[in-house]
Write a protein that binds this ligand. Structure first.
Ligand SMILES: NC(=O)c1ccc[n+]([C@@H]2O[C@H](COP(=O)([O-])OP(=O)(O)OC[C@H]3O[C@@H](n4cnc5c(N)ncnc54)[C@H](O)[C@@H]3O)[C@@H](O)[C@H]2O)c1
Length: 370
C-alpha cells in the first residue's frame, strides 16, 4: 500500500518531509503542513537515526527559498549531509527543492511552529534568513516591523530556550547618513534610516552563541533578488542579455559595496565553524568589491557592445545615499582570515558565463561574448 493510500485510509495526508522522502523513493504523496501528518513523529525518528550525520550539526534555515537560502542549503548539505539541513519558508517549495532534502513550513511569527520544528528535528544551528528587504520594507513598514523585528525576536528567544547557535545576517543598511561612508568601520555611529536598517541593527545578544555578518548587496545568477536597493546589480545582466538595455533606478555614480553569492555563502559557513574564542566581536562587516552603476555599465559593454543604459532614479536612490560606499572589513580579515575571491571583473565574467546559455536563443548573431 502506498503512503498516500495508507494515509488516506486514516483520513490524513503526508507532510512535506514525508513527501520528499516518498518522492525520492519514486512514490507519490500529497502535501500538508508537518503538524497534520500522522507519520511525522515516527518518520522523524527514523529519519534522525538512520539518515542524519550524527557527528555534524543539524541546521534549520528560515526564509530558505529566498536569494541566499537555496545556495546555503546546497553548500551545507554538501558539507554536513542532505538530511542535516532543514530548509523552511512560508511559501510552497518547488519539486526540485523537495527532492533534495527536508523542507518544512515555518512562519517566524509563529513561535509554537518554530518550537515544534526545533524539537522534532533536534536543531543545533539556526540560520535566520527570513526578512523583508529594504525597498519592500519601506513599502509596508508595519509588515516589515513584524517580520524583521518580531520575527527576529522569536528566533532569539527560540535560540536562547534551546541553546541553539544562531546566525543572523546584517547589512550595509544597518548604517545611516551619520555613519562614515568610505570606509565604514565595524564600530561607529549607526542611526539607520530605513525600517530594514533599524531591524538589522542589533544591540543585544542575550548571551547566546550569536553570530552576524554585515553583508553588502549580494549578486547571484540563479535566484532573483528579494526587493533590495542593490538589486540593479543583478537585473542589469538579465536585461542586458534579454533586451540589450537597462534602465537603472540609481544615479550613475552611486557607489555601494557588493559581493558575489559564493563569497557570501562561504563566509557564513567559515564564520559559523569558528571556535568561540577566535571571535573578538559578534558582528563583523565583510567586503568584497565596491562599484557604481557606471562602472558596471562599462564592463557590461565590453561583453555586449550595443548595450545601452539609462538612469531614472526612484525612491531607492534616497536609501542608497545613506548607505556605506565601502565597508572596512579589516577586523574580519584579521580575526578569522576573511578573504573574498570575486572582484568586479570576475563577478561579471561568472554572471555572463551563467546567464548566456539561458538567453542564448535571443542573441544569436548579435552578442559578442568573450
Ligand atoms: N540579498 C542581499 O543582497 C542581502 C544583503 C545583506 C543582507 N541580506 C540578508 O540576508 C537574508 C536573506 O536575504 P535574501 O536576499 O535571501 O532575502 P529574500 O527576500 O530573497 O528571502 C527572504 C525569504 O523570507 C521569507 N519570509 C518572509 N516572511 C516570512 C515569515 N513570516 N516567515 C518565514 N519566512 C518568511 C520569504 O518568503 C523569502 O523566501 C535577509 O535577512 C537579508 O536581510 C541580504
Amino acid at each position: 500500500m502506498s503512503l498516500r493510500v495508507a494515509l488516506r485510509s486514516l483520513g490524513q495526508r503526508a507532510c512535506s518531509l514525508c513527501v520528499s522522502h516518498v518522492t525520492s523513493q519514486g512514490g507519490v504523496a500529497s502535501r500538508t503542513p508537518a503538524t497534520a501528518c500522522v507519520l511525522v513523529r515516527q518518520f522523524h525518528e527514523d529519519f534522525l537515526h538512520r539518515k542524519k550525520n550524527m557527528d555534524k550539526p543539524t541546521v534549520l534555515i528560515t526564509g530558505s527559498l529566498g536569494q541566499l537560502g537555496q545556495g546555503l542549503a546546497k553548500l551545507l548539505r554538501g558539507k554536513y549531509g542532505q538530511y542535516n539541513v532543514i530548509m523552511s519558508d512560508i511559501i510552497k517549495a518547488p519539486d526540485h527543492i523537495l527532492e533534495t532534502g527536508p523542507y518544512v513550513y515555518a512562519d517566524i511569527l509563529d513561535f509554537k511552529n518554530l518550537q515544534e520544528i526545533v524539537v522534532n528535528y533536534r536543531v543545533d544551528w539556526v540560520v535566520h534568513f527570513s526578512a523583508l528587504l529594504s525597498a519592500i520594507g519601506e513599502q509596508n513598514v508595519p509588515l516589515a516591523m513584524r517580520v524583521n523585528v518580531e520575527g527576529l525576536h522569536n528566533i532569539l528567544e527560540l535560540s536562547n530556550q534551546y541553546g541553539i547557535k544562531l546566525f543572523v545576517p546584517s547589512t550595509i543598511g544597518a548604517f545611516g547618513p551619520d555613519s562614515p561612508r568610505n570606509p565604514t568601520p565595524d564600530l561607529t555611529i549607526q542611526r539607520p534610516r530605513t525600517i530594514y536598517g533599524v531591524s538589522k541593527y542589533y544591540h543585544e545578544r542575550f548571551g547566546l552563541d550569536f553570530r552576524s555578518l554585515r553583508f553588502p548587496g549580494i549578486i547571484s545568477s540563479d535566484t532573483n533578488p528579494g526587493g533590495g536597493t542593490t538589486d540593479y546589480a543583478v537585473a542589469i545582466f538579465h536585461e542586458a542579455l534579454k533586451h540589450g538595455h537597462y534602465q537603472c533606478y540609481l544615479e550613475p555614480d552611486t557607489m555601494l559595496p557588493m559581493m558575489y553569492i559564493e563569497d557570501c555563502l562561504r563566509s557564513i559557513s567559515e564564520f559559523m565553524e569558528l571556535p568561540n574564542d577566535q571571535l573578538k566581536m559578534r558582528t563583523y562587516n565583510i567586503q568584497a568589491m565596491s562599484f557604481t552603476p557606471r562602472i558596471l555599465e562599462d564592463i557590461v559593454k565590453r561583453y555586449i557592445p550595443h548595450f545601452t543604459m539609462t538612469y531614472k532614479p526612484d525612491g531607492r536612490q534616497a536609501i542608497a545615499d545613506t548607505w556605506p560606499m565601502v565597508f572596512d572589513d579589516s577586523n574580519a580579515r584579521r580575526d578569522w582570515n576573511w578573504r573574498h575571491q570575486y572582484d568586479t571583473e570576475r563577478l561579471c565574467q561568472v554572471m555572463f558565463e551563467a546567464l548566456v546559455p539561458k538567453y542564448r536563443g535571443r542573441f544569436v548573431g548579435i552578442m559578442k561574448f568573450r
